[in-house]
Design a binder for this molecule. Structure first.
Ligand code: HSE
Length: 302
């Protein structure tokens, strides 16, 4: 196995998981991308970070992109002599917009690109499986890798799968990003070990409806984004976010907690529409409001 000369680059989109009822299974890629570059060097590890995480994330072997790269090199059979990595982060950290999945997908992608013939050694399914193993659940890494709207899960043997599904081109998103983070670990810790059968049944129906709503029946999005399995249980970690979801939904806007929160995602009808402008005007003071198109593409070499 040999490494390629010179730098390789990747751009990876933000993602919103769950989308209401599809806990740990539905995810959507959004048009907001981290940009990364990596190169094999003679020795050592040089990591540079700008944007989100600069001055906060460790610049050594603990860096999430580096860990994902190391795992991929191990899978491919050899570590490089040295490594240089540059990360330009525009996806907010610990806000429910898939920044850690973007880092993992970037890492596995860059490592594969640095290996001569890497795409033949590790196909898309193997790359997805590796990224999902590193993240622990597939609902962010799958759309980060494949783009668009993706249904994903894990089989009994532990392997992960992902199936892209259609998104009506009329559908876009507005995200409301709070100023304070919530860790996914903390948000997952609030979930009960068991849920009432009626709640599980309600979510199963809504999840199925959401696939239809996103693929061409946007008028069903409000009903289809109802959730009974995770959002309310997480209220204590993000009370303002839950209050915004409820206020928007009371006004007929299909709004959900994005991933493990605390960002709120509302479905809209195009980044430049009047409805999107009206939604952005509802952004709470001190939060960031962004109108984002659905990203049809996932990770791409840049
Ligand atoms: N499905 C995950 C959760 C997404 O809600 O915990 C966060 O990564």
């Amino acid at each position: 196995m040999t490494f390629v000369d010179g730098p390789v680059r990747v751009r990876v989109p933000a993602t919103s998981a769950n989308l209401g009822p599809g806990f740990d299974t539905l995810g959507l890629a959004l048009d907001l991308r981290d940009e990364l570059e990596a190169e094999v060097i003679a020795d050592g590890l040089l990591v540079e970070v700008s944007g989100y995480g600069a001055g906060q994330v460790p610049l050594d072997e603990r860096h999430l992109v580096v860990r994902a790269m190391r795992a991929t090199f191990d899978r491919l059979g050899k570590q490089p002599t040295g490594l240089r990595l540059t990360c330009k982060n525009v996806i907010p950290h610990a806000r429910g917009l898939g920044s850690s999945s973007a880092a993992i997908v970037a890492g596995v992608w860059l490592a594969r690109e640095l290996v001569a013939g890497g795409r033949l050694l590790l196909d898309e399914a193997a790359l997805l499986d590796l990224a999902a193993q590193l993240e622990g659940h597939p609902d962010n890494v799958a759309p980060a890798l494949l783009g668009g709207f993706v249904i994903s899960g894990q089989d009994a043997d532990g392997s992960f799968w992902a199936v892209p599904a259609g998104v009506d081109p009329r559908i876009s998103a507005v995200v409301f990003v709070p100023s304070s983070p919530v860790s996914t670990e903390a948000a997952r810790g609030l979930l009960p070990a068991e849920v009432p059968h009626a709640d599980a049944a309600a979510n199963a129906g809504r999840t199925a409806l959401l696939v239809a709503a996103l693929s061409g029946r946007p008028e069903e999005l409000l009903r289809a984004t109802e959730d009974r399995l995770h959002q309310s249980y997480r209220r204590s970690a993000m009370p303002e976010s839950l209050a915004l979801v409820e206020a928007l939904r009371a006004d007929g806007v299909p709004a959900v907690i994005s991933g493990a929160g605390p960002t709120v995602l509302a479905f809209a009808d195009g980044p430049d529409s009047a409805a999107t402008e009206a939604l952005l005007a509802r952004c709470p003071q001190g939060w960031g409001g962004l109108a984002l198109a659905v990203s049809d593409t996932g990770a791409v070499s840049a």
